[in-house]
Ligand binder design. Structure first.
Ligand code: SF4
Ligand code: SF4
Length: 89
């Protein structure tokens, strides 16, 4: 199944991507950089640790991984054919 969102015209998400990003809790210090940088609102802070709330609108930009000062985000790409795709490539 394919999902779209009104606020992101020209973009769709193919279901089946799974939890391709996760937080390594032991390394996370709760700085919230990932929360601030993520335009898709995928993260939240809970108990002074980041948590991936929902990857439904993840654009696979890797900004969260890039800004994490503690190497606490395990980033991977979704399985081929799933996840984020756009009308322009
Ligand atoms: S890859 Fe981009 S859109 Fe996805 S969770 Fe990280 S910052 Fe958010
Ligand atoms: S940027 Fe890294 S250390 Fe900071 S809250 Fe997010 S996962 Fe934790």
């Amino acid at each position: 199944m394919v999902r779209t969102y009104e606020e992101f015209p020209g973009v769709e998400w193919v279901e089946g991507a799974g939890r391709f990003i996760r937080v390594i809790e032991e390394k996370c210090d709760g700085c919230a950089n990932c929360v601030k940088v993520c335009l898709a609102d995928c993260y939240e802070i809970s108990g002074k640790k980041a948590r991936v709330r929902n990857l439904d609108k993840c654009m696979e930009c890797a900004s969260c991984w890039y800004v994490c000062p503690r190497d606490a985000i395990a980033f991977s790409w979704p399985p081929g054919g799933t996840g984020f795709r756009t009308d322009w490539g």
